[in-house]
Structure formats: structure tokens, C-alpha cells
Ligand binder design. Structure first.
Ligand SMILES: C[S@@+](CC[C@H](N)C(=O)[O-])C[C@H]1O[C@@H](n2cnc3c(N)ncnc32)[C@H](O)[C@@H]1O
Length: 207
């Protein structure tokens, strides 16, 4: 793998010096797509939220602002992401509105039926098997709970295809492939929205 590939592989699991640069960028460069995705989430006042693959933690904070009565649990398997997310949300952790835990989405460290809402921003490209991971997400959701996926790639855009070609652990998915994996994992009422000008997608499904 070339230097560019090594650098951008940190998007999948930030580590070391290059990972620190990547995390700094995530909170900035994902802000627009995350903001758009959150604007499409018309979900009534979830009280327990899981933010999966939380990276630098900006989306945790934005969810806490969008849902002022909620508690958000951020999860990531990169120690560097966890450190940055904890720093970014230190006041919210102190206020008892948020916790940030280590874990892998393929084997979530949570009891069944704990959350009203689970979110995944810019992260499913790196998950080890969509159906398996989606089934884990479904397990930890309450019946009637929602799972929201926000990605800036619809699987067909040229920039993401370039990233995909240099990052070994990345997989691009079309909305159809994501919907099919959600159905296989048992989700229902699957609704996909595509941004009118960008390749951004938001997919909302229900347990
Ligand atoms: C591209 S970053 C996106 C971070 C954040 N969601 C955002 O939108 O800025 C992907 C994050 O997902 C995490 N991640 C990838 N696969 C994971 C897995 N199997 N379990 C937990 N976290 C994972 C990575 O460590 C990284 O922090």
C-alpha cells in the first residue's frame, strides 16, 4: 500500500501520527454531510442513543443538541477516536449526558433492547460484514427503535471509488445493497433519501 493508502486507511481505524491528523479532519470534513443527515432524521425524542463508529465525537455533541433530553453512548474501536471523542464531549460526560465506550460494532458491548436510536455516520464502509453488524445493531435497539445510516457515498461517486481503490479495508455500498442487508438483518420500514446535488445518502430503518 502506498503512503496515500496508509494515510487514508486511518479513516477506518485511526492510529498513530497519521490517525491524529485524520481524526482532526473528520470532525471538520464530515460536518456538512452529518448536518444534512441529521436534518432528515424526523424521529421523536429518543432518550437512549447509540452513536456507532463515533470517530472524533462531533456527531455525539450534535445529537445531544438536537435531542436535549437524550443520553448518547458513543462507541468506537480506535483508542485514538475514543480519546478525541471524550475530549470533544468532556463537558457532556461530566454533565452525565454522554458516555464513550470501546467496542466493535460486530459484537456490541450492550444489553438487548437498550436504545431508541442508533446512528452510523460515515462508518459502515469499514464494518466487517453488513448483515452481521446490522443484526447486532438491531439486537440492541428497542422494538420500534430506529437505525440511521448517513454516508457521503452512494457507492457510485468517483471520489469514493478512488478512496476505495487505495484503502484495503474499505467497501462501498449502493443504497440497494444497504437496504438488502438491513432487510436480511430483520429491519423494516426502510426509507432511503438521496441528496439532490451530492452523492450523500441517509437510510432510516426500524426494528
Ligand atoms: C471515517 S470515520 C467516521 C467517524 C465519525 N462517525 C464521523 O462521521 O466523523 C469511521 C470511524 O468508524 C470507526 N469504526 C470502523 N469500523 C468499526 C468497528 N467495526 N467497530 C467500531 N468502530 C469502527 C473507526 O475507528 C472510525 O473512528
Amino acid at each position: 500500500m502506498g503512503l496515500l493508502g496508509k494515510f487514508f486507511s486511518n479513516a477506518g481505524k485511526p492510529a498513530g501520527f497519521m490517525g491524529r491528523i485524520m481524526i482532526f479532519g473528520m470532525n471538520i470534513f464530515h460536518a456538512r454531510v452529518a448536518h444534512w443527515g441529521m436534518s432528515r432524521m424526523n424521529i421523536d425524542a429518543p432518550s437512549e442513543i447509540a452513536e456507532l463508529g463515533c470517530g472524533g465525537g462531533k456527531n455525539i455533541r450534535d445529537l445531544l443538541m438536537k435531542y436535549p433530553d437524550s443520553h448518547v453512548t458513543g462507541l468506537d474501536y480506535s483508542p485514538l477516536s475514543l480519546k478525541k471523542a471524550r475530549e470533544y464531549n468532556a463537558d457532556m460526560i461530566t454533565a452525565g449526558r454522554c458516555e464513550i465506550v470501546a467496542g466493535d460494532v460486530s459484537d456490541l458491548p450492550f444489553d438487548d433492547e437498550r436504545f431508541d436510536l442508533a446512528t452510523a455516520f460515515e462508518t459502515i464502509y469499514f464494518w466487517p460484514g453488513l448483515v452481521k453488524c446490522f443484526a447486532e445493531v438491531r439486537r440492541v435497539l428497542k422494538t420500534g427503535g430506529h437505525f440511521v445510516i448517513v454516508s457521503e457515498s452512494d457507492g457510485k461517486d468517483k471520489p469514493s471509488q478512488w478512496f476505495n481503490s487505495i484503502i484495503d479495508a474499505m467497501n462501498l455500498y449502493t443504497p440497494g445493497e444497504i437496504e438488502s442487508a438491513l432487510k436480511s438483518a430483520g429491519f423494516v420500514n426502510i426509507h432511503t433519501e438521496h441528496h439532490e446535488a451530492h452523492s450523500w445518502i441517509v437510510i432510516i430503518s426500524e426494528k
